[in-house]
Every structure is written in C-alpha cells, then in structure tokens.
Design a protein around this ligand. Structure first.
Ligand SMILES: Nc1ncnc2c1ncn2[C@@H]1O[C@H](COP(=O)(O)OP(=O)(O)O)[C@@H](O)[C@H]1O
Ligand SMILES: [Mg+2]
Length: 308
C-alpha cells in the first residue's frame, strides 16, 4: 500500500514565524484526503511542499517511499498539482491547454490528444474541448484544470481549493468529478468548505495556525469531541451554563452548546418555553471543526456532573 508520510515538517517564511510547525502524519495514499483549515492555516504551504514546489525549513516527507525534497524528479512523474490560483490560459482552447500540458510531461501530440479526449469524456466536458477557455463558465474552467491533471499519467493529484468561488451547482458537479477521480487516483485536496470535506473525504486533517490539530475519518474526529450533540442559539440572548457540556462561539457569532443528547433535550425544552430560536442536531464536521480549533468558552470540566 502506498503511504504519504510527513515527519515534523516545519516551514518559516520569516524568522521566528511559522506557516507550518512540526506537522507529522501518515496516511494511505488512496481515496480522497481533505486538509481543512481557515485562511492562513498553512494548507497551501503544505501542498506546495508535498508537490515539490517549495522546500520545508525542516522535516521530511515521503510519498510511496519517495523523498519529496531529495527525489523530486522521481516524484514529479507520479504527481500532478492544480495550484490555488491556477487558471487555464484564456486564449487557448481547452484541448490546446490540456494537450500542451501533456506534451510538457513528455507525451507525443497524438497520445496527448487521445488522453485529453478520454479525460474530457469522463468529466463530460468533451463538447467544450474546442472552445476558448475564457469563454467557459467558472465551473467548466475548473473542470478543464482537473481534466488536465487527470489526463496525465500521475496517480496522485494535489488540488488546492478546487471549488472555492464556484456556485453551488458547479460545486456539486465538481464533487461528482472528484468522486470519479478517486476511483483510480489518490486526491489530496484542501478546502475551507467543511461540507465538502464531510461529503467527499475518506480522511480529514484539521490544520490551524500551522499545526495539525486532528486527523482521521469523520467518525474518528467525532470521537475527539467529548459531546455528540450541538444546540445552536440563533437568537441574540444570554445563555445559561449547561449542566453538562461546553459553550463555544461559532464563526457566525452564534453561541453553541456541545453536550450530551439528554442535556440537549433539556436545554431545547427550556429554550422553547422561553421562545428562543435555536437548532439542535448531532455534531456535523462544522461543529467538530470549531470545537477543535476554538477553545471552549467555558473551560470547566462537567464530567463529574454527567456521571451523577
Ligand atoms: N511567500 C510567503 N512569504 C511570507 N509568508 C507567507 C508566504 N506564503 C504564505 N505565507 C504565510 O504563511 C501562512 C500560511 O499560508 P498558506 O499556506 O497560504 O495558508 P492557507 O493556504 O491555509 O490559507 C500565512 O500566515 C501566510 O501569510
Ligand atoms: Mg491556500
């Protein structure tokens, strides 16, 4: 089994300030791995290091035993990357763009064309092959980029925020594309759309402030959170301390109580009687993310009360 492994990767662009600090993990290079984190968390830095575009300040990483810093030419034969700001050259047609990329990778013109057509068919964009990229919709433009790396011989694909800025329909289509892709590729993607990671990823890594805070399947991440339920307070009211659980503040500014199912039910009944708007549900990746990257507002441990 192929494995991607990072051993204490650190990167500092300026003295004393770390974009990545001692990132250490090992994952099977199959399916989809999603690296999630806020802007500035270090996602792009890690993807650039793993795809041989940037050297770490310290630490080592290997993919299938190939060292990303010392054997970069060998590694480049099995990886391809779509950077965060990548755009297909506007005045080229999709076909010209894909074919020229493949010829750069060493394919003959006719082989490159065959591969471009096959990839475009798989992603259902074959009708756009002879249109100029600048005339395509945002979603199709992204698909052209994905088709480009997919048409190569690379079995490991790095996609840095492939769906950022897309409308919900195009995003949904691209998600379909990524699910197709993962059948015969390992896809390492970054995103700040937590729903995307929840829907697509076999494994998820949470990066915050350059540090890897958690890694695992959704179920494994769920287990890192002490409480399985979340009550979101949607009205602007002062909330009481729960008997069991913790209060965290979501990115939207709303307070959330993470707690047991029993306590969530009790709180819900109370909120209904007070006519406070709220929602109650098992934890989503969103809740888990904010629990892991944000310190609980209430630091006390309520475990004792829970066992009473
Ligand atoms: N070329 C650079 N020079 C200096 N600082 C940088 C450079 N690139 C990124 N950084 C800093 O490193 C941190 C991580 O950035 P980045 O990896 O782009 O995060 P993300 O992709 O998660 O948004 C940020 O604080 C960013 O400002
Ligand atoms: Mg980035």
């Amino acid at each position: 089994m192929k494995v991607l492994s990072c051993n204490n990767i650190s990167k500092s662009y300026e003295r004393g300030k770390y974009a990545l600090k001692d990132v250490k993990f090992s994952i099977p290079a199959k399916g989809i791995f999603a690296l999630i984190g806020r802007n500035g968390a270090g996602k792009t830095t890690l993807i650039r290091i793993l795809s041989t575009q940037l050297l770490p300040t310290s630490g080592r990483a290997t993919i299938d035993g190939i060292d990303v810093t010392r054997q970069e030419n060998r590694l480049r034969e099995i990886i391809a990357c779509v950077p965060q700001e990548a755009r297909a050259i506007g005045w080229l047609t999709a076909r010209q763009f894909i074919v020229s990329y493949l010829m750069w990778r060493g394919f003959s013109g006719s082989e490159a064309n065959k591969r471009a057509v096959a990839a475009a068919k798989k992603l259902r964009i074959e009708h756009y092959l002879d249109k100029q990229n600048q005339k395509l919709s945002g979603g199709t433009k992204r698909k052209v980029l994905v088709a480009t790396v997919m048409a190569s011989e690379a079995e490991i694909l790095f996609l840095d925020e492939p769906t950022t800025g897309l409308d919900p329909i195009s995003r949904d289509e691209l998600w379909g594309t990524l699910m197709t892709l993962k059948k015969d590729h390992f896809v390492f993607l970054t995103t700040h759309y937590l729903e995307e990671a929840e829907r697509l990823a076999d494994k998820i890594g949470i990066l915050d402030g350059g540090r890897l805070k958690a890694l695992g399947t959704l179920d494994e991440l769920r287990k890192k959170v002490k409480y399985p339920y979340c009550v979101k307070i949607l009205s602007d009211v002062k909330i009481e301390k729960p008997k069991v659980g913790e209060i965290v503040k979501g990115v939207d500014g709303h307070y959330q109580i993470v707690t047991t199912e029993h306590e969530a039910n009790r709180i819900s009944r109370k909120l209904i009687s007070k006519e406070v708007r709220f929602s109650m549900s098992p934890l989503t990746l969103d809740d888990i993310f904010y629990y892991i990257v944000k310190k609980p507002i209430e630091e006390e441990n309520y475990a004792e009360e829970e066992s009473r």
